[in-house]
Design a protein around this ligand. Structure first.
Ligand code: FAD
Length: 317
């Protein structure tokens, strides 16, 4: 019996959320007296044996070129077959865009109960109960799964990665891979930017910045902090910033360690995409701005005065 952890990668490099999933899955294996095993699809340049540091004993790879780009149906079939082959009773997948596309499909194939968006280890003292976020992170639910096989998708940034010692045994799994129905013909990279969903720090701007010509103060701060940049929806809609930077209910959902919101009111639709951030700092000239209720630290002031001063102070550090 095993806990199988799906390891996602981008251009051969394992994604941050997958290290969290590995640590989380290894802990479940420890709780349930099983072994933790990882599953990698496609070609990876990172050292797979080194995943042993996160507590997995084995790494299974299905090294097939057609798995280098996501096709949710193809991935789900391969993951489900790998889970069956490795005798997995729990399958762990990160609740990322990729994970959201595949977790449900994997669960259907395995006739497994699914907890999507888990935020804590299962309580196995009386059954198998997993805590998850609901209502865009505004509340928690404890979900009990009774099926023999269970699928859990883990919210990024909700479980701390722990790297220790050890190497894993790497083996190739022979699983027939269906021809993908989706063909990726080109990948257009936004060069020099830190991917929003992977970033530890996000600096985000709203309509309070008045126009695209004023974004320099935000970019300077982001550069000093090594942060990714984001924006509210109206900013994306007005083309002040690229559309892919828009965070919120209808945009990208982020969960960095630090989210700095500048000139953003904090509408519920915006909060839905950022409220899993560990620390939220709000800079807004209106003391009544709703965002302050969700903030860990707030600065009431004019962004055009506060942000350059903040950047100067950070430069001195
Ligand atoms: P505003 O609401 O105009 O707020 C600007 C803020 O800047 C104000 O609080 C103001 O006090 C402050 N400010 C002004 N000048 C300064 C200054 N000089 N210094 C400091 N602060 C200043 N929005 C999203 O962001 N993401 C979504 O995914 C999203 N999805 C939506 C889905 C639906 C179905 C709907 C109906 C709406 C959605 N919205 C979304 C829009 C959302 O409701 C808000 O309208 C939007 O988030 C407001 O953006 P904002 O805070 O940048 O602008």
């Amino acid at each position: 019996m095993s806990v199988l952890i799906f390891v996602d990668h981008s251009e051969g490099h394992i994604k941050k959320a997958s290290f969290e999933a590995l640590t989380y899955g290894a802990k479940i294996a420890e709780q349930t007296g099983t072994t933790a095993e990882a599953l990698v699809l496609g070609t990876v340049s990172d050292d797979l044996a080194a995943l042993g540091k996160y507590g997995v004993k084995k790494v299974h790879q299905v090294n097939n070129e057609s798995l280098n780009h996501l096709d949710a149906q193809v991935y789900a079939k391969v993951i489900a077959e790998a889970a069956t082959a490795s005798g997995a009773t729990v399958v762990v997948i990160s609740h990322t865009q990729t994970g959201k596309a595949i977790a449900g499909r994997v669960a259907v194939r395995l006739k497994a109960g699914l907890v999507a968006g888990a935020c804590a280890l299962p309580d196995t003292s009386n059954g198998f109960v997993v805590k998850k976020t609901v209502f865009s992170g505004k509340a928690f639910a404890n979900v009990s799964i009774s099926s023999p096989v269970k699928v859990i998708s883990l919210n990024p940034n909700s479980y701390t990665t722990i790297a220790g010692e050890g190497t894993a045994e790497v083996s190739q799994l022979s699983i027939a891979v269906d021809a993908p129905k989706v063909k990726v013909t080109a990948v257009n990279k936004v060069s020099g930017e830190i991917p929003l969903t992977e970033a530890e720090i996000v600096v985000s701007g709203g309509r309070g910045l008045k126009g695209p010509e004023n974004w320099g103060i935000l970019l300077d701060l982001a550069k000093e902090l090594g942060a990714a940049t984001a924006c509210s929806r109206p900013v994306g809609d007005a083309h002040w910033r690229p559309h892919h930077e828009h965070v919120g209910q209808t945009g990208v959902q982020v969960a960095p360690n630090l989210y700095i919101a500048i000139g953003i009111s904090g509408a519920i639709q915006h909060l839905a995409g950022v409220n899993r951030s560990k620390i939220i700092v709000v800079i807004n000239k209106d003391p009544e701005a709703p965002f302050f209720k969700a903030a860990d630290y707030g600065i009431v002031g004019d962004a055009f005065e506060v942000v350059p001063k903040l950047t100067e102070e950070i430069k001195k550090m």
